[in-house]
Design a protein around this ligand. Structure first.
Ligand code: NAD
Length: 260
């Protein structure tokens, strides 16, 4: 029970990577807030966790809305008494070459990935600082926090930006015992990626099988997808680590696609 009595606020946790993190945190003793745009799916995930004997609540929130984020974090703190861990994970993907991106699509991507990270951080830090027992802020970056791929300009830009936010939060949070780190997964077969496979096949004029083999997994050491479980284990390490020794870092989990 590495997270006994901790409270974790996990965005985008009604699906994919965030859901796996929420399930693992609950198994490790945390009380978990499933914060997602999809309220129905958030409630279903919270119910799944509650059925296993752990504690969770579902909260409907759009991470791009300051009002909604503040209300969701307040509701979570009220329900569980504190906020010890933030996982800023909610995200989407839109793929086009730069010249075909609309300004609205660009702004939407930056709003979800960067504004969402800022707003949830600001709202959760307030509680972590006031509680006086530290905390852990975890950002869901990507290999695209370190590396670029064609057709992903706003995603690559936003994911690189999270590293800057993380390093700043690590420096400011240190005196409060608040650590900040980024997880940088390679391709994980979640709904976000399932949607991209046919889109990329169309854009690149390839078969879907070739998109997986020759684009997504081409540079991994073994041609394997990273799994939600792989990412959740790293999220547990960052959440449970007890000191400021591990802060301001970004860890790549990608079957060797990107080596630093
Ligand atoms: P997913 O589509 O399975 O889950 C994303 C969740 O975020 C969904 O439940 C969705 O409802 C929620 N969401 C979307 N917009 C939101 C908003 N405005 N406010 C609140 N919630 C919102 O995707 P996933 O693959 O699990 O992705 C999770 C995170 O991991 C994203 O930040 C993504 O960029 C990152 N990531 C994914 C991969 C991958 O290969 N799947 C790789 C690296 C990083």
């Amino acid at each position: 029970m590495q997270l006994k009595d901790k409270v974790a606020f996990v965005t985008g946790s009604a699906s994919g990577i965030g859901k796996e993190i929420a399930l693992l945190y609950a198994k490790e003793g945390a009380r978990v807030v499933i914060a997602d745009l999809n309220k129905e799916a958030a409630d279903a995930t919270a119910a799944e966790i509650s059925a296993s004997g752990a504690q969770a609540i579902g909260v409907g929130v759009d991470v791009t809305s300051e009002e909604q984020v503040d209300a969701a974090v307040e509701a979570a703190a009220k329900a569980f008494g504190s906020i010890d861990i933030l996982v800023s994970n909610a995200g989407i993907q839109i793929v086009h070459p730069v010249e075909e991106f609309t300004f609205a699509e660009w702004k939407k991507m930056l709003a979800i990935h960067l504004d969402g990270a800022f707003l949830t951080t600001k709202a959760c830090l307030k509680h972590m600082y006031a509680q006086g027992r530290g905390g852990s802020v975890i950002y869901m970056g990507s290999v695209h926090s370190k590396e670029a791929s064609v057709m992903k300009a706003p995603y690559v830009t936003a994911k690189h930006g999270l590293i800057g936010l993380c390093k700043t939060v690590a420096k400011e949070g240190a005196k409060h015992g608040v650590r900040a780190n980024v997880i940088c997964p390679g391709f994980v077969r979640t709904p976000l990626v399932e949607k991209q496979i046919p889109e990329q096949a169309r854009n690149l004029g390839m078969s879907e099988e070739d998109v997986v083999k020759k684009v997504m997994l081409k540079d991994s050491v073994d041609g394997e997808f990273t799994t939600t479980d792989d990412v959740a284990r790293v999220a547990l390490l960052f959440a449970a680590f007890p000191t400021n020794a591990l802060t301001g870092q970004s860890m790549v989990v990608s079957h060797g696609w990107f080596m630093q």
